[in-house]
Design a protein around this ligand. Sequence first.
Ligand SMILES: NC(=O)C1=CN([C@@H]2O[C@H](COP(=O)(O)OP(=O)(O)OC[C@H]3O[C@@H](n4cnc5c(N)ncnc54)[C@H](OP(=O)(O)O)[C@@H]3O)[C@@H](O)[C@H]2O)C=CC1
Ligand SMILES: O=CC(=O)O
Length: 293
Amino acid sequence: MEVGFLGLGIMGKAMAVNLLRHGFGVTVWNRTLSKCQELVEQGASVGETPAAVINKCKYTIAMLSDPSAALSVVFHKDGVLEQICSGKGYVDMSTVDAETSSKISEAITKKGGYFLEAPVSGSKKPAEDGQLVILAAGEKALYDKMVPAFDVLGKKSFFLGEVGNGAKFKLVVNMIMGSMMNALSEGLCLADRSGLSQQTLLDVLDLGAIANPMFKLKGPAMIKGSYPPAFPLKHQQKDMRLALALGDENAVSMPIAAASNEAFKKARSLGLGDLDFSAVFEAVKSAKDSDSA
Ligand SMILES: NC(=O)C1=CN([C@@H]2O[C@H](COP(=O)(O)OP(=O)(O)OC[C@H]3O[C@@H](n4cnc5c(N)ncnc54)[C@H](OP(=O)(O)O)[C@@H]3O)[C@@H](O)[C@H]2O)C=CC1
Ligand SMILES: O=CC(=O)O
């Protein structure tokens, strides 16, 4: 199967490599075109523009940073819309809001193409290992065609019905994840300020009812103040913002998510946006420092 792939950031690169390793023909494009070279060395072809990739491939996947990137790759000059047509499918796996996804879906469908949103849960390592969880919604016929690719990229894929449901699901999941990361950060800070061992706190958490892979993976690095980006903090803050907007639309009060969003914003203002989202710990620590000054 030949697929196009737009967006070779942390996730897109790992996913495209995985497809190549499993025998897919892959034609890649990235805004910063030089990032395509590493994929070419592993057997990929390059399209000079998103339109060129769509022209070449029957199915194209996108993995882009945020709503504005997802929209620009479709609607701008040399974008997806210029070549999408009957018989071609476009699968956007970026984390965006339902409104963005619907806009893209409508435009593509109007031109006779098929659209599927398919955001993923799971970070850099699950992307490298083909262990993502795929939250797809939109055109069921396209979902069925994409199953062989999803089987390579993920450990489980869900088909969730109409466009928007995948986007909303992903935002709910990441809203919970961002709140948990803040709770862990406050706990580590509180333990330290109370004269307790942060490592012992992690050991205790790992043995009890709230043990989870995220605390186990990120906790030890957080204690060391090490935040190599797997899931960039700026993207987690985008997800909190979009989840809060979904809460606004549905009149759901989310004080914990709102407070977590403030901490992620604070972390961005401290210049931590490109680090891993666990760097919110630094913002939590700095807030506690100024409280005690
Ligand atoms: N990292 C993670 O753990 C996970 C991320 N996600 C989601 O997946 C998506 C990608 O994440 P990730 O790979 O980490 O992000 P990165 O920041 O590593 O990559 C972002 C990609 O988007 C491209 N891009 C940004 N702005 C534009 C634009 N205006 N026009 C065209 N391309 C653009 C970048 O191109 P360039 O190289 O030129 O900057 C790059 O290819 C996000 O929506 C994120 O929320 C979902 C699950 C896990
Ligand atoms: O969106 C991030 C993730 O880890 O999932």
